[in-house]
Design a protein around this ligand. Structure first.
Ligand code: PBE
Length: 267
């Protein structure tokens, strides 16, 4: 109701995602940096966050979520990032592909495809929207690959086919990561690999590649989002390449909310 502070209107809650996500650490930092002592970051999952967002949005109620690009929610709802003058969330980031040490020697063909894998927010968005609308992740990925042969051909340029070698990706159930991991699964399968996807939490995703129990992960957000993971495991990872530039994290609200900056949460 009018007259209430933003904090009161959302019970001083920020709707977060899974506790291991880098955006959760960044949000705890924002709470510190901006002196939001009364505020609480509530953890859950990517799916619970988007469900809460939809529920609030349909009733035009206030809500503050941890958000990131690429994400289908920006095509479905009118949303805005809160300005972050203190830079708690960093700036534009890149998504890195990390492989286990020794991958280049053991699976040079898959390695080369991963090295050449690079796409855009718009590309990934098409896969994400199909998944969000109910298509199976693997079917949405196959459809994208069929419709974007020119791009896939760039990734597989000069890559020889293999005969049934295995390849294991670890991933977290973040919408963006599900899209990329399923697309690369399809691409490596076309090259002759038998590809396994293992869904885990963020910490185990990094440890699996660092200890060699998985071959690669496609969700290395740097320099800020996964800074802590990278400091811990970086020397046991092969930084294979950057699959996307200009990605971003922050606090996101519907445009009907009358605030613009994280600083407005103090009032
Ligand atoms: N995300 C999506 C992840 C990385 C990919 C922004 C939710 C995070 O660790 O916060």
């Amino acid at each position: 109701a009018s007259g209430d502070s933003v904090g009161e209107s959302v019970n001083y809650k920020i709707t977060g995602i899974d506790p291991g996500a880098g955006i959760m650490e960044a949000t705890e930092r924002a709470i510190e940096d901006y002196g939001l002592d009364d505020w609480e970051l509530v953890s859950g999952s990517g799916a619970a966050m988007t469900a809460a967002l939809k529920k609030a949005y349909d009733k035009e109620e206030p809500i503050i979520v941890t958000g990131w690009n690429p994400h289908w929610k920006f095509s479905k709802y009118d949303l805005k990032y809160l300005e972050d003058p203190k830079g708690s969330y960093g700036g534009e980031e890149e998504i890195h592909t990390f492989g286990r040490l020794g991958l280049k020697e053991d699976k040079p063909e898959a390695y080369k495809a991963l090295e050449q894998f690079k796409w855009t927010d718009e590309d990934m968005g098409a896969v994400m929207v199909d998944i969000q609308e109910g298509e199976k992740p693997e079917d949405a990925a196959k459809k994208w690959v069929e419709e974007n042969r020119d791009k896939v051909d760039e990734w597989t340029k000069g890559v020889e086919k293999v005969d049934g070698d295995t390849f294991k990706f670890v991933y977290v159930a973040w919408d963006s990561t599900m899209a990329s991991t399923n697309v690369m699964k399809v691409v490596l399968e076309e090259l002759g690999y038998e590809v396994e996807l293992a869904q885990v939490e963020a910490g185990p995703m990094y440890t699996a590649v660092a200890d060699g129990s998985a071959d690669a992960l496609l969700a290395g957000w740097l320099p800020v989002t996964h800074k802590t993971y990278y400091e811990k495991y970086g020397d046991k990872l092969d930084d294979i390449g950057v699959s996307m530039e200009g990605v971003k994290i922050g606090l996101v609200v519907p445009t009907y909310m009358d605030i613009d900056s994280i600083e407005d949460l103090k009032e």
